[in-house]
Design a protein around this ligand. Structure first.
Ligand SMILES: [Fe+2]
Ligand SMILES: [Fe+2]
Length: 488
């Protein structure tokens, strides 16, 4: 088009110039000169527009691209006008911002930032590229049979489908996403719920005001470990082109999650191994710490269904309980054999020394905690709390500090019940194993005394699970069993 206009203009100018030098009548000559000058001015103006709106922006894009190729990802070109070049500049600026955000995400993961912080960063930073009001993540358990909500963030609305909510994979439509490894878009959740009225999770998400969602598989080395949800309060928020970009984010989040789990399990696992070795010195069997871990996790999961504790007991919190409850007695490594292995009851003096295992354990873990990066410090705090406070009593009559009620950290209040229940049902050099009936009665009797009433209630609410763990991890020495397989 521009070429044609320029062609016509040039033709007029040349004709005007030709007529102006020929011997023709005055008015025609004047008109020819006038029209030629007009055309020259128009061409100059068009050239100015061409340089301003096309040549300069293209030059800027080309320089920015070169700089980007050299590693400077943050390039923003000022946009003017509404033409095609301006829209190209807009796309370029958007691409640059996306690259910068993904780069920052990778840097966060590489610098050892915790998974929770990484998730938070994604929630806050990617809204400029993708429409969402809520982000959630659900992860498969080790057997890949249960899918459990891991974490969720939302724009202020109450989260109904919260961390810990779980379902058998076979009973959810996520099975298809996980098995196929393909993303899923539901642009009208109300309609979806009408067609699938049995979907409990859709009901919960609708209660949060969510109208459409995009679900992506979370892959680590081509294995799907869970799913990532982006959800919007508007219908039809998602298009297939959103998937391409979100896939990158999903992959990075999966990596950050795996890394966190791996490091956490590795550190806590090595400590547990040391404790097992240390415990082999005293009367506790290796299974004691395994049972305490399982009882503690069962109680914590049950407690999470109590609205009072729901915000505190996240999946991360449960993992901390899982990793650190077995090492509650790590401080026993500092107790002399003559006391630790004494078959009779301890004297008052010896008991005072025995009590210091809480302080020794906390000191060991605190030293380890101080050597860690900030993001891991909070993770280890639960370990320190459990080691230090697992002998405190709810009524303030415990040790080492005689803390009362909620002043004792929740993690320790949970582990205390698990630890005592296992001590009661286990044989010790100075006492036989109590029967289940006796042990349950003692726990109930100490509700509000030694133990937090809420924790005791959760313990009894998950009694079936406690019994299952008891049966599964029974010590070999228990030979007198009743018809249900429990120690008499
Ligand atoms: Fe202890
Ligand atoms: Fe113990």
């Amino acid at each position: 088009m521009m070429t044609i206009i320029f062609g016509v203009m040039l033709l007029i100018i040349f004709t005007g110039a030709y007529l102006s030098v020929r011997d023709i009548i005055f008015p025609v000559k004047f008109i020819a000169v006038f029209v030629s000058i007009e055309c020259i001015l128009i061409i100059a103006f068009l050239l100015f527009l061409l340089i301003k709106n096309i040549i300069v922006p293209i030059d800027k894009i080309s320089i920015a691209m070169k700089e980007m190729a050299q590693g400077d990802l943050y390039k923003q070109i000022p946009i003017s006008g509404e033409n095609e070049i301006a829209s190209m500049v807009k796309d370029f600026n958007l691409l640059s911002r996306k690259l910068v955000s993904i780069n920052e995400l990778i840097e966060k993961i590489n610098s050892g930032e915790s998974f929770e912080h990484t998730f938070e960063y994604v929630f806050d930073s990617f809204k400029q590229f993708i429409p969402y009001n809520r982000m959630g993540m659900a992860v498969l358990d080790e057997e890949r049979a249960i899918i459990r909500a891991e974490i969720a963030r939302s724009d202020g609305v109450t989260i109904h489908l919260a961390s810990g909510y779980s379902l058998p994979l076979s009973k959810t439509s996520l099975k298809k996403v996980i098995e196929s490894g393909q993303p899923r878009i539901i642009n009208d959740l109300e309609d979806y719920y009408r067609r699938n009225p049995g979907s409990e999770s859709t009901k919960l998400i609708l209660q949060e005001g969510i109208k459409s969602s995009l679900t992506l598989p979370l892959k680590v080395n081509e294995t799907v470990i869970g799913v990532l949800f982006f959800s919007s309060i508007h219908k039809n928020a998602y298009e297939h082109y959103h998937v391409t970009f979100l896939k990158h984010i999903a992959n990075h989040l999966a990596l950050s999650f795996e890394k966190g789990i791996l490091v956490g399990n590795l550190v806590a696992g090595s400590i547990t191994a040391i404790v097992k070795l240390a415990e082999s010195r005293d009367a506790d069997t290796g299974r004691h710490i395994e049972r305490v871990r399982n009882y503690s996790v069962a109680i914590a999961r049950q407690l999470a269904s109590n609205p009072k504790y729901k915000p505190v007991i996240t999946e991360r919190y449960i993992r901390e309980i899982y990793n650190f409850s077995p090492i509650h007695d790590i401080g026993k490594v500092g107790i002399a054999d003559s006391i630790l292995l004494k078959p009779e009851r301890l004297t008052e003096e010896e008991f005072e020394i025995m009590k210091t295992h809480t302080l020794i354990g906390a000191q060991v873990l605190e030293e380890l905690r101080q050597s860690l990066k900030d993001s891991w410090k909070s993770f280890f705090l639960t370990g320190v709390e459990i080691a230090l406070f697992h002998h405190e009593k709810y009524n303030g009559k415990g040790y080492p500090y005689g803390l009362k009620g909620d002043a004792i950290p929740l993690s320790a209040r949970i582990v205390t019940v698990a630890d005592v229940f296992d001590a009661l049902t286990s044989k010790r050099p100075y006492k036989p194993a109590f029967s289940l009936r006796q042990s349950f009665a003692i726990i109930k009797q100490q509700r509000g005394e030694s133990f937090d009433p809420d924790v005791v209630d959760a313990f009894f609410d998950c009694k079936d699970e406690i019994l299952r763990i008891y049966r599964e991890l029974l010590d070999d020495y228990v030979d007198e069993l009743d018809e249900r397989g429990f120690a008499l």
